[in-house]
Design a protein around this ligand. Structure first.
Ligand code: F0G
Length: 471
């Protein structure tokens, strides 16, 4: 858990460049199909990047979820899979890794993050409950709603403003939380849903001070705090970089302290934990663990595999330890920043400060002539694909869905197109190509007229909705 003893070349020679702490051993060819074919592919996919074939994509920035490259060590772990139905040795490695690095007591494996969200939501939310959180995430909120709860956003106001320069835009506003307690009563709030970093706010971090204050606040009222730990390693990097007193602590030390202010966590291991599939739930209360274990066998698999193969759990156990490495996280966040800075140099509007896993183009400012009813963020993702085969993701009015009570679109303050950087996959040259393509569509933006939704599914509509171009 110590800080790296190795210097980068740049540090040795007094420059400030950095480089990835790995070299490439195996490559996967990619290619850009012709402009004509890209136009055809976009139209066939209903201008929804989720409906495209990955073979038609050149640089895939749809998500950082399950798209990372595993290390030679993780691949060796794959060969060590113990595919026993019950009590696989790989489960115990996984349990040990989560207990060591995150510090929680009881571990329940799941097939991915939303499997864990389902378990925790069903285990502790009762009908009519309120679940405050630092901005919603699509699957998290849906599971809270399906369990009978109502999500209430209690993130600080700065998080909804794409240009506000706050070092910890993911923080919980304790006044908003207090107001909710006053309105609905602490007994109707089973837990605070805390995410670090906050995906929908642009990958913005939560400070250690805020986590600590939140814990003290909740202790007084008997409210629990559960953490969405999906990108906590990146959150810890920002604490190390920005919060007084943490500069000399390792990411692993910061992580343990942060988690100690929470009662448990759910995890999409497909992000920070460096695997292509997997998830887990970890809690400190035996009664919650018992409820979750009762359900995991119904929905996921036995409580010692939860939908994962033994080999997946081994790769995950190794990925947990690799992902928390200081040099790994620093290079990961710096690559995201490299892309962001290229765009800022060209005055292209992005969410600031630059977050941990992605660059979020501010589609409201990018297409300031398009109203939200014309789906500017969806439009931007489609235009980017047509220009260069780069695949991005909408995080705006389509992702926000409809209000379950009124049936109307929810109009989020943030209308963003996410360029999500997979871990250990692309080089700086790929980032240059992406930036140049965005510059091109920015320069021709006034010709763009937006999209019309022609098919809308009931749940998580952004995944499968279809659109037509407005001519
Ligand atoms: N929580 C956060 C913060 C996430 O970003 C995700 C997934 C989940 C939970 C659900 O996990 O996909 O393993 O079931 N985010 C992906 C993304 C889909 O692209 O941001 P999952």
């Amino acid at each position: 858990m110590s800080k790296s003893k190795y210097q980068t070349m740049g540090q040795q020679f007094g420059r400030r460049s950095w480089a990835e702490p790995w070299k490439i051993k195996m490559v996967e060819p990619i290619r850009m199909i012709s402009k004509e074919d890209r136009q055809k592919a976009a139209a066939e996919a209903g201008y929804n990047t989720f409906l495209m074939r990955s073979e038609d994509v050149y640089i895939d920035l749809l998500t950082d979820s399950g798209t990372g490259a595993m290390s030679d060590r993780q691949w060796s772990g794959i060969m060590m899979g113990d595919e026993a139905y019950a009590g696989s040795r790989n489960f115990y490695h996984l349990e040990n890794a989560i207990q060591t690095y995150y510090g929680y007591k009881f571990i329940i494996p799941t097939h991915q993050g939303r499997g864990a969200e389902h378990l925790i939501s069903q285990a502790i939310i009762k009908k009519g409950d309120y679940i405050p959180g630092n901005m919603y995430f699509t699957t998290t909120r849906l599971h809270q709603e399906l369990a009978g709860g109502t999500f209430v956003d209690v993130i600080i106001d700065e998080a909804h403003n794409p240009t506000a320069q706050h070092p910890f835009k993911g923080n919980v506003d304790l006044d908003k939380l207090q107001a909710l307690v006053d309105k609905v009563g602490a007994k109707n709030i089973p837990y605070v849903s805390l995410a670090g970093t906050v995906n929908m706010a642009g990958g913005q971090p939560v400070s250690m001070a805020n986590a600590k204050e939140l814990r003290e606040f909740c202790n007084k009222l008997g409210i629990r705090v559960y953490l969405d730990a999906t990108r906590m390693y990146e959150n810890c990097f920002f604490i190390q970089e920005r919060e007084a007193g943490y500069q000399d602590k390792t990411i692993a030390e910061i992580l343990l302290e942060f988690c100690s202010y929470t009662d448990g966590a759910w995890m999409s291991a497909k992000k920070d934990n460096l695997v292509n599939i997997g998830g887990w739930l970890a809690v400190n209360q035996a009664d919650v663990a018992e409820k979750a274990r009762n359900m995991v066998v119904v929905y996921e698999g036995l409580h010692t595999y939860g939908g994962m193969a033994g080999r997946d759990m081994e790769a995950l156990a190794i990925g947990i330890a690799e992902g928390v490495d200081d040099d790994h996280i620093a290079s990961r966040v710096r690559q995201v920043r490299y892309l962001g800075k290229l765009l800022l140099d060209w005055d292209i509007p992005i969410m600031e400060p630059i977050g941990g896993h992605a660059i979020f183009l501010d589609a409201k400012r990018f297409y300031d002539h398009l109203s939200q009813d014309l789906f500017p963020a969806q439009t931007l993702a489609a235009e980017l694909y047509i220009d260069s085969g780069v695949r991005a993701m909408e995080r705006g009015v389509v992702s926000a869905g409809r209000n379950p009570e009124t049936g109307k679109h929810r109009y989020p303050a943030l209308e963003l197109t996410r360029l999500t950087i997979p871990r250990r996959v692309y080089t700086q040259a790929h980032m240059d190509v992406v930036a140049e393509s965005i510059k091109n569509i920015f320069d021709t933006r006034k010709q763009t007229k937006g999209l019309k939704m022609v098919y809308e599914p009931e749940y998580l509509r952004f995944f499968q909705a279809k659109f037509e171009q407005i001519k």
